[in-house]
Design a binder for this molecule. Structure first.
Ligand code: ZN
Length: 352
Protein backbone atom coordinates (compact mmCIF):
# COMPACT_ATOMS: atom_id res chain seq x y z
CA UNK A 1 0.00 0.00 0.00
CA UNK A 2 1.50 3.32 -1.05
CA UNK A 3 1.18 6.23 1.33
CA UNK A 4 1.86 9.96 1.30
CA UNK A 5 3.88 11.55 4.13
CA UNK A 6 3.32 15.06 5.46
CA UNK A 7 6.31 16.73 7.15
CA UNK A 8 5.76 19.99 9.04
CA UNK A 9 9.22 21.40 9.83
CA UNK A 10 9.33 24.18 12.42
CA UNK A 11 12.31 25.80 14.13
CA UNK A 12 12.32 23.38 17.06
CA UNK A 13 10.10 20.41 16.15
CA UNK A 14 9.08 18.32 13.16
CA UNK A 15 5.52 16.98 12.99
CA UNK A 16 4.64 13.99 10.81
CA UNK A 17 1.47 12.54 9.35
CA UNK A 18 0.52 9.98 6.68
CA UNK A 19 -2.28 9.91 4.16
CA UNK A 20 -3.38 6.78 2.31
CA UNK A 21 -4.78 6.59 -1.22
CA UNK A 22 -8.33 6.53 0.19
CA UNK A 23 -7.62 9.96 1.73
CA UNK A 24 -7.52 8.73 5.34
CA UNK A 25 -4.98 10.14 7.78
CA UNK A 26 -3.11 7.33 9.51
CA UNK A 27 -2.03 9.22 12.65
CA UNK A 28 -4.24 11.06 15.10
CA UNK A 29 -2.70 14.08 16.81
CA UNK A 30 0.94 15.08 16.90
CA UNK A 31 3.86 12.79 16.05
CA UNK A 32 6.85 14.97 16.88
CA UNK A 33 10.62 14.69 16.55
CA UNK A 34 13.25 17.34 17.45
CA UNK A 35 14.22 19.52 14.45
CA UNK A 36 17.71 20.62 15.64
CA UNK A 37 17.53 23.31 12.95
CA UNK A 38 20.04 25.56 14.77
CA UNK A 39 22.70 22.94 13.95
CA UNK A 40 22.22 23.51 10.21
CA UNK A 41 20.64 21.75 7.22
CA UNK A 42 22.64 18.49 7.26
CA UNK A 43 21.70 17.51 10.81
CA UNK A 44 18.14 18.79 10.41
CA UNK A 45 17.53 16.73 7.24
CA UNK A 46 18.86 13.67 9.06
CA UNK A 47 16.39 14.44 11.88
CA UNK A 48 13.57 14.46 9.33
CA UNK A 49 14.65 11.10 7.93
CA UNK A 50 15.00 9.55 11.40
CA UNK A 51 11.69 11.01 12.55
CA UNK A 52 9.95 9.77 9.42
CA UNK A 53 11.16 6.21 10.14
CA UNK A 54 9.85 6.41 13.71
CA UNK A 55 6.54 7.91 12.59
CA UNK A 56 6.10 5.24 9.88
CA UNK A 57 6.58 2.50 12.48
CA UNK A 58 4.04 4.22 14.74
CA UNK A 59 1.53 4.40 11.88
CA UNK A 60 2.10 0.75 11.07
CA UNK A 61 3.44 1.32 7.57
CA UNK A 62 6.71 0.43 5.89
CA UNK A 63 9.13 3.25 5.11
CA UNK A 64 9.45 1.90 1.57
CA UNK A 65 5.68 2.36 1.07
CA UNK A 66 6.06 6.14 1.27
CA UNK A 67 5.60 7.21 -2.36
CA UNK A 68 5.90 10.97 -2.02
CA UNK A 69 6.53 13.50 0.76
CA UNK A 70 4.84 16.87 1.31
CA UNK A 71 6.99 19.37 3.22
CA UNK A 72 5.90 22.63 4.81
CA UNK A 73 7.96 25.16 6.78
CA UNK A 74 7.75 28.74 7.94
CA UNK A 75 9.17 31.17 5.38
CA UNK A 76 10.29 33.32 3.85
CA UNK A 77 10.93 30.82 1.08
CA UNK A 78 10.25 30.72 -2.65
CA UNK A 79 7.27 28.81 -4.04
CA UNK A 80 9.76 26.03 -4.85
CA UNK A 81 10.99 25.80 -1.24
CA UNK A 82 14.26 27.77 -1.37
CA UNK A 83 14.75 29.72 1.84
CA UNK A 84 15.44 33.44 1.57
CA UNK A 85 19.12 34.29 1.11
CA UNK A 86 18.58 36.99 3.77
CA UNK A 87 17.80 34.35 6.38
CA UNK A 88 14.64 33.17 8.10
CA UNK A 89 13.62 33.57 11.75
CA UNK A 90 13.12 29.83 12.27
CA UNK A 91 16.30 28.74 10.45
CA UNK A 92 19.16 30.65 12.04
CA UNK A 93 22.28 28.64 11.05
CA UNK A 94 24.23 30.45 8.28
CA UNK A 95 24.00 27.43 5.95
CA UNK A 96 20.21 27.82 5.81
CA UNK A 97 20.45 31.12 3.93
CA UNK A 98 19.33 30.42 0.36
CA UNK A 99 19.05 26.68 1.14
CA UNK A 100 16.88 24.56 -1.16
CA UNK A 101 14.70 22.82 1.45
CA UNK A 102 12.58 20.92 -1.04
CA UNK A 103 15.49 19.74 -3.19
CA UNK A 104 17.65 19.02 -0.13
CA UNK A 105 15.00 16.80 1.44
CA UNK A 106 14.30 15.08 -1.87
CA UNK A 107 18.01 14.20 -2.19
CA UNK A 108 18.25 13.08 1.45
CA UNK A 109 15.18 10.80 1.32
CA UNK A 110 15.41 9.64 -2.28
CA UNK A 111 11.68 10.36 -2.62
CA UNK A 112 9.82 13.13 -4.48
CA UNK A 113 9.02 16.13 -2.26
CA UNK A 114 6.49 18.94 -2.68
CA UNK A 115 6.70 22.24 -0.79
CA UNK A 116 4.30 24.73 0.78
CA UNK A 117 4.88 27.45 3.35
CA UNK A 118 3.20 26.70 6.67
CA UNK A 119 0.39 29.25 6.28
CA UNK A 120 -0.59 27.91 2.89
CA UNK A 121 -0.40 24.30 4.15
CA UNK A 122 -2.73 25.11 7.04
CA UNK A 123 -5.09 26.93 4.67
CA UNK A 124 -5.19 23.87 2.38
CA UNK A 125 -5.98 21.65 5.37
CA UNK A 126 -8.77 23.99 6.54
CA UNK A 127 -10.18 24.16 3.01
CA UNK A 128 -10.10 20.36 2.70
CA UNK A 129 -12.01 19.83 5.97
CA UNK A 130 -14.90 21.72 4.37
CA UNK A 131 -14.72 20.75 0.70
CA UNK A 132 -12.78 17.47 0.66
CA UNK A 133 -9.62 16.85 -1.35
CA UNK A 134 -11.02 16.99 -4.86
CA UNK A 135 -12.83 20.24 -5.52
CA UNK A 136 -12.80 23.44 -7.50
CA UNK A 137 -13.88 25.67 -4.59
CA UNK A 138 -12.22 28.89 -3.46
CA UNK A 139 -11.56 29.86 0.16
CA UNK A 140 -9.58 32.41 2.14
CA UNK A 141 -8.15 31.31 5.51
CA UNK A 142 -6.91 33.71 8.19
CA UNK A 143 -5.00 32.08 11.06
CA UNK A 144 -4.60 34.28 14.12
CA UNK A 145 -1.47 33.32 16.05
CA UNK A 146 1.65 35.22 17.08
CA UNK A 147 1.33 36.78 13.65
CA UNK A 148 -1.46 36.55 11.10
CA UNK A 149 -0.95 33.70 8.64
CA UNK A 150 -3.13 31.86 6.22
CA UNK A 151 -3.62 31.40 2.55
CA UNK A 152 -5.86 31.47 -0.46
CA UNK A 153 -7.11 28.30 -2.15
CA UNK A 154 -8.26 29.34 -5.61
CA UNK A 155 -10.49 26.83 -7.41
CA UNK A 156 -8.98 23.95 -5.44
CA UNK A 157 -5.31 24.93 -5.68
CA UNK A 158 -2.98 26.82 -3.35
CA UNK A 159 -2.25 30.30 -4.67
CA UNK A 160 1.54 30.40 -4.14
CA UNK A 161 2.36 33.50 -6.17
CA UNK A 162 5.40 34.48 -8.23
CA UNK A 163 7.91 34.65 -5.38
CA UNK A 164 6.16 32.39 -2.84
CA UNK A 165 4.39 35.24 -1.06
CA UNK A 166 0.87 34.36 -2.22
CA UNK A 167 -1.43 34.34 0.79
CA UNK A 168 0.71 36.62 2.98
CA UNK A 169 -2.57 37.95 4.29
CA UNK A 170 -1.16 39.60 7.42
CA UNK A 171 0.41 42.42 5.48
CA UNK A 172 -2.66 43.49 3.55
CA UNK A 173 -3.69 47.01 4.60
CA UNK A 174 -7.20 47.41 5.99
CA UNK A 175 -9.20 50.66 6.45
CA UNK A 176 -8.92 50.37 10.25
CA UNK A 177 -9.76 54.05 10.83
CA UNK A 178 -13.40 53.12 10.13
CA UNK A 179 -13.46 50.99 13.32
CA UNK A 180 -14.95 53.17 16.09
CA UNK A 181 -12.86 53.95 19.18
CA UNK A 182 -9.37 53.72 17.72
CA UNK A 183 -8.61 57.43 17.47
CA UNK A 184 -4.95 57.96 18.43
CA UNK A 185 -3.88 54.36 17.76
CA UNK A 186 -0.75 53.84 15.64
CA UNK A 187 -0.94 50.17 14.61
CA UNK A 188 2.57 49.49 13.32
CA UNK A 189 3.49 46.02 12.04
CA UNK A 190 6.92 44.35 12.15
CA UNK A 191 6.95 44.78 8.35
CA UNK A 192 6.70 48.59 8.91
CA UNK A 193 3.30 48.94 7.36
CA UNK A 194 0.84 50.83 9.52
CA UNK A 195 -2.65 49.36 9.75
CA UNK A 196 -2.22 46.00 8.02
CA UNK A 197 -4.21 43.00 9.24
CA UNK A 198 -1.40 41.59 11.43
CA UNK A 199 -0.97 44.95 13.19
CA UNK A 200 -4.61 44.72 14.34
CA UNK A 201 -5.36 41.02 14.51
CA UNK A 202 -2.66 38.81 16.10
CA UNK A 203 -1.07 38.14 19.48
CA UNK A 204 1.66 40.59 18.46
CA UNK A 205 -1.01 43.20 17.69
CA UNK A 206 -2.44 42.73 21.19
CA UNK A 207 0.96 43.05 22.83
CA UNK A 208 2.40 45.91 20.76
CA UNK A 209 -0.65 47.95 19.78
CA UNK A 210 -4.07 47.15 21.22
CA UNK A 211 -3.37 46.30 24.86
CA UNK A 212 -1.10 49.33 25.53
CA UNK A 213 -3.67 51.56 23.79
CA UNK A 214 -6.64 50.36 25.85
CA UNK A 215 -4.73 50.02 29.16
CA UNK A 216 -3.64 53.67 28.88
CA UNK A 217 -7.33 54.61 28.74
CA UNK A 218 -8.15 52.43 31.75
CA UNK A 219 -5.41 52.85 34.39
CA UNK A 220 -7.60 51.03 36.93
CA UNK A 221 -7.58 47.78 34.91
CA UNK A 222 -5.95 44.77 36.61
CA UNK A 223 -3.70 44.04 33.62
CA UNK A 224 -1.86 47.30 34.37
CA UNK A 225 -0.50 45.53 37.47
CA UNK A 226 1.09 42.64 35.52
CA UNK A 227 4.18 44.69 34.70
CA UNK A 228 5.25 42.59 31.72
CA UNK A 229 3.18 43.47 28.64
CA UNK A 230 3.93 40.10 26.98
CA UNK A 231 2.56 38.21 30.00
CA UNK A 232 -0.42 40.55 30.12
CA UNK A 233 -1.13 39.99 26.42
CA UNK A 234 -1.22 36.22 26.98
CA UNK A 235 -4.08 36.75 29.46
CA UNK A 236 -6.30 38.72 27.08
CA UNK A 237 -8.01 35.79 25.33
CA UNK A 238 -8.97 34.02 28.56
CA UNK A 239 -10.21 37.24 30.14
CA UNK A 240 -12.16 38.14 26.99
CA UNK A 241 -13.86 34.75 27.07
CA UNK A 242 -14.77 35.27 30.75
CA UNK A 243 -16.36 38.62 29.94
CA UNK A 244 -13.71 41.23 30.89
CA UNK A 245 -14.96 44.34 29.05
CA UNK A 246 -11.55 45.73 28.02
CA UNK A 247 -10.33 42.36 26.73
CA UNK A 248 -13.61 41.80 24.87
CA UNK A 249 -13.10 45.18 23.22
CA UNK A 250 -9.63 44.08 22.05
CA UNK A 251 -11.14 40.96 20.48
CA UNK A 252 -13.93 43.02 18.97
CA UNK A 253 -11.33 45.25 17.26
CA UNK A 254 -9.55 42.15 15.95
CA UNK A 255 -12.83 40.75 14.60
CA UNK A 256 -13.78 44.07 13.00
CA UNK A 257 -10.38 44.32 11.30
CA UNK A 258 -10.83 40.78 10.03
CA UNK A 259 -14.28 41.73 8.74
CA UNK A 260 -12.79 44.62 6.75
CA UNK A 261 -10.12 42.29 5.40
CA UNK A 262 -12.61 39.57 4.47
CA UNK A 263 -14.67 42.19 2.63
CA UNK A 264 -11.62 42.93 0.49
CA UNK A 265 -11.20 39.21 -0.18
CA UNK A 266 -14.88 38.79 -1.08
CA UNK A 267 -14.44 41.46 -3.74
CA UNK A 268 -11.19 39.99 -5.07
CA UNK A 269 -12.03 36.27 -5.10
CA UNK A 270 -15.81 35.90 -4.63
CA UNK A 271 -14.88 32.86 -2.48
CA UNK A 272 -17.07 29.93 -1.48
CA UNK A 273 -15.97 30.19 2.16
CA UNK A 274 -14.03 32.31 4.61
CA UNK A 275 -12.14 30.39 7.30
CA UNK A 276 -10.68 31.65 10.55
CA UNK A 277 -8.44 29.71 12.91
CA UNK A 278 -5.41 29.80 15.18
CA UNK A 279 -4.79 30.28 18.88
CA UNK A 280 -7.21 33.21 19.16
CA UNK A 281 -10.11 30.81 18.58
CA UNK A 282 -8.98 27.97 20.85
CA UNK A 283 -11.94 28.89 23.04
CA UNK A 284 -15.43 27.64 23.83
CA UNK A 285 -18.08 27.52 21.11
CA UNK A 286 -20.00 30.49 22.53
CA UNK A 287 -16.99 32.80 22.27
CA UNK A 288 -16.25 31.52 18.76
CA UNK A 289 -19.84 32.31 17.72
CA UNK A 290 -19.60 35.82 19.20
CA UNK A 291 -16.31 36.39 17.38
CA UNK A 292 -17.76 35.24 14.03
CA UNK A 293 -20.78 37.53 14.56
CA UNK A 294 -18.40 40.44 15.19
CA UNK A 295 -16.45 39.63 12.01
CA UNK A 296 -19.69 39.72 10.05
CA UNK A 297 -20.73 42.95 11.78
CA UNK A 298 -17.39 44.46 10.69
CA UNK A 299 -17.99 43.65 7.02
CA UNK A 300 -19.57 46.36 4.90
CA UNK A 301 -22.89 45.40 3.31
CA UNK A 302 -22.37 42.78 0.61
CA UNK A 303 -24.12 42.28 -2.68
CA UNK A 304 -27.22 40.15 -2.27
CA UNK A 305 -25.48 37.23 -4.01
CA UNK A 306 -22.61 37.34 -1.51
CA UNK A 307 -24.41 38.11 1.74
CA UNK A 308 -24.69 34.48 2.78
CA UNK A 309 -20.98 33.66 2.42
CA UNK A 310 -20.19 31.15 5.18
CA UNK A 311 -17.49 31.88 7.77
CA UNK A 312 -16.03 28.70 9.29
CA UNK A 313 -13.80 28.05 12.29
CA UNK A 314 -10.82 25.90 11.30
CA UNK A 315 -10.46 22.65 13.31
CA UNK A 316 -7.70 22.48 15.93
CA UNK A 317 -4.47 23.59 14.31
CA UNK A 318 -1.68 21.42 15.78
CA UNK A 319 -1.59 19.01 12.85
CA UNK A 320 -2.80 21.44 10.17
CA UNK A 321 0.62 22.07 8.59
CA UNK A 322 1.59 18.41 8.22
CA UNK A 323 -1.86 17.43 6.96
CA UNK A 324 -1.98 20.29 4.45
CA UNK A 325 1.51 19.37 3.22
CA UNK A 326 0.41 15.75 2.76
CA UNK A 327 -2.69 16.83 0.82
CA UNK A 328 -0.55 18.96 -1.50
CA UNK A 329 1.75 15.97 -2.11
CA UNK A 330 -1.21 13.65 -2.81
CA UNK A 331 -2.65 16.16 -5.32
CA UNK A 332 0.72 16.46 -7.09
CA UNK A 333 1.14 12.68 -7.07
CA UNK A 334 -2.28 12.14 -8.63
CA UNK A 335 -1.55 14.83 -11.23
CA UNK A 336 1.71 13.02 -12.04
CA UNK A 337 3.83 16.15 -11.62
CA UNK A 338 5.55 15.66 -8.27
CA UNK A 339 9.26 16.05 -7.93
CA UNK A 340 9.41 18.92 -10.37
CA UNK A 341 10.30 22.23 -8.78
CA UNK A 342 7.70 24.89 -9.39
CA UNK A 343 9.10 27.16 -12.04
CA UNK A 344 8.45 30.87 -11.74
CA UNK A 345 5.93 31.86 -14.37
CA UNK A 346 6.91 34.54 -16.83
CA UNK A 347 6.02 37.91 -15.36
CA UNK A 348 2.75 39.23 -16.71
CA UNK A 349 3.02 42.03 -19.21
CA UNK A 350 2.29 45.25 -17.41
CA UNK A 351 -0.64 47.29 -18.62
CA UNK A 352 0.20 50.91 -19.19
ZN1 ZN B 1 2.80 43.74 8.25
Amino acid sequence: MQTIAGVDLGGTAINFTFLDEQEHFLLEGLCEHPARSVEGPKICLQQIEDGLQIAAAKAGISYTDIAVVGLDTPGPASAAGVLSSRGATNFVHAQWNGFDLRGGLEAALGKPVTYLNDGNAAALWGHSTIFGLNNRFTSVSAIIGTGLGGGVIAEGNVLKGRAGFGGELGHVLVPWQTIPGLEGLNPQCNCWRVGDLESLCSLTAIEKNLLPFFLAKHPEHELNQVGDIHQAALQVRGRAERGDALCREIFRVQARALGLFFDEMVNVFDPDALIVGGGALETGKEFQRWFLDEIRAGMPIQREEQMDIPIHVMPNGDTAGARGAAIEALKAWRAGNFGRATASPVAATSVR
